[in-house]
Design a protein around this ligand. Sequence first.
Ligand SMILES: Nc1ncnc2c1ncn2[C@@H]1O[C@H](COP(=O)(O)OP(=O)(O)O)[C@@H](O)[C@H]1O
Ligand SMILES: [Mg+2]
Length: 403
Amino acid sequence: MIRAEDITKLFGRDPAAALPLLEAGKGKQAIQAETRKILGVSRVSFDLRPGEIFVIMGLSGSGKSTLIRCINRLIEPTAGRLFFQDPSQGEVEITGLSPERLRMLRKHHMSMVFQHFALFPHLSVLANATYGLEVQGVARDERQRRGQEMLELVGLGDWASASPAELSGGMQQRVGLARALATEAEVLLMDEPFSALDPLIKVNMQQELMRIQARLSRTILFITHDLDEAMRIGDRIAIMEDGAFVQVGTPEEILVNPRTEYVARFVEHADPTGVITAGTIARPLAGHRRVDGYPGLEIELDEQGRLRGARHEGRALRTGFLDSLVDEPPPATRHADRLLQCDTHTSLRHVLRGRLHSTLPVLVLDDQGRVGGLIDEPLLITAILDKRGPDAASPATREVIHE
Ligand SMILES: Nc1ncnc2c1ncn2[C@@H]1O[C@H](COP(=O)(O)OP(=O)(O)O)[C@@H](O)[C@H]1O
Ligand SMILES: [Mg+2]
């Protein structure tokens, strides 16, 4: 949807003069010391895929806002190229657009939501939500219809005629979101849209965004400095440091395998239970019928490798799927009377819940439904404490996490 190639932004007079230093591999501090120019964004390349939420995450001053403003050229990049896949015109180079065509692109294809969304105090909530449509020249009736629909979507259907002063901060951010959504822009650029909200309202807005995204499937570039927020909503996350992307991956990849010390420090205190999946931490079954560490357990697989039955100390076990336990209250006493199965995509949180029902390990099935591995308590504990599976992470990375 959007492709960035080597985007660089330097602040200061004659910024391009510092580009050779960057080419030579100098970092932000060295460039600043030698030329007094500030490196805002350092050779960032990425591909924003249609329908994904791509999160950019990093400490304050790492270049997130500069980068997102380069995408719609609110800030002119010093070097690099940007492309937009226009649904009607094919690929357009954003960095080469005339001011007029750039305005068209911002009006119709890219909407931006800021941390403190400024509403017009003298306009109603509905008029604020439809502001982008008015700029687009959409007729009044159509504007009102779409505006009302978007207000309902963000939970403000009854507030259309209210004035912004009557709304709380969280509600005002919702109006900002409604305005961005109403334009039907394919790309949403969101710069810390929830960072100023109270924690509970913030989580609420994250859920709202996920729900809306499931319906509207926009392409979203989302900035945050909150790792749990990034993990919750991101399909992919890019970690930014001193203007550069230091790691790009799924939340799980970043959590389980942080590539640098900076990334490791970020993920150190993250809650892994909703992010790490069963496939990552399972260990292979040692034998065909026996399970290492569980001498009394005997499992029987069919020719395809699917579970046919199981016994524990001679007694037949009940078998079933973790998913089926969602609404079942756990027993007062845990027994070794039940062998549960789950697929590789099941979250750690779900596997943990299953532990309330049985003391036996959980079997992990591959995409064909064959028994591929198992998870027992030691593996679960390691995953939570060290954020890794039985074989993941190089010793170097592990050291960093342990410190
Ligand atoms: N207009 C500007 N002039 C000079 N330096 C700037 C300007 N805007 C941002 N910077 C610098 O660029 C770097 C990145 O800033 P910013 O993109 O705002 O970071 P973030 O959004 O991640 O907090 C910082 O070092 C900041 O001081
Ligand atoms: Mg910022």
